[in-house]
Design a protein around this ligand. Sequence first.
Ligand SMILES: [Fe+2]
Ligand SMILES: [Fe+2]
Length: 306
Amino acid sequence: MTTHSSTTHDLAQRKVQFDWSQTPLHWIPGDASASHLVNEINLILPAGEFWFCKVFNRARPLITDDKLSEDVKGFVGQEAMHARAHDSATVEYLQASGIETSGHIRRVQWLFDKPLGDSPWGVSLPEFLQRPWLVLRLGAIAAIEHFTCVMGKFALENSAWEAAGADANMVDLLRWHGAEEVEHRCVAFDLYRHLCRLPAPLRYLLDMLLIMLVVPVMLFIWNSGAAYMMRQDPQLRSYHPSVWRPWIWREWRRAAAAGFIPSVGWLLWQALRYLRPGYHPTDEADTEPALLYLASSPATLRAESV
Ligand SMILES: [Fe+2]
Ligand SMILES: [Fe+2]
């Protein structure tokens, strides 16, 4: 029987345990800006990933393919664990280091609850619009998951963090999460294609529109969250970090040149790759190195030993 699933194995939720007691605020030694720019993912991901779970759980009863349905279940289990792990970093590491995070998290949560919720802006949709609204959000998640996959690959292959003496726990968090993003990179794409009834040319136009929305929103939230934390950092406060000021974008460029974070240009290039005809997530990364990392991730081994 043919399946709409491109994932060749079963996706499992792996338990992890991180110890944040020794992680310094500037976890990339000597680079406060790069530390905060990467730290922003701890703030944005839990709200985003729980939103993925909610939307996928809504979509699951509509799936008519058993393997894909199992993939979606595995995906939801993994994303929920990612969200919890980044939450633990926010509370036990960032807040414990004196960084207030709730103001920024509230704004991110608002985005996923209000405009992107089941009832956008509190408006209950008539039944005939509920499925298109669901599929539209699945399309947005498929686009976002393209970025989490390529950034996961970036994290797995990055040697700049170790070369700079970065905190091993944070590097493991990024690699463990990145590896599972690579592992489940096809699920959002498969689910979106399975439920979207638009003819291919119209779906391509929709994908263009979605990526044009996803990229600026992602960059804006990423940078504004990093600026929110930088303004609380005595070492950076005097630069008045703000998403609206060139300073933070220059810091991003510098941190990217050092290899600590993907550059904005590289992210824009990934957006174009997503739109190339014949795009398929299987071509974006290899599962084998991701599974190899997951078998030896210190956080996974720590969770197994308790
Ligand atoms: Fe994730
Ligand atoms: Fe993911």
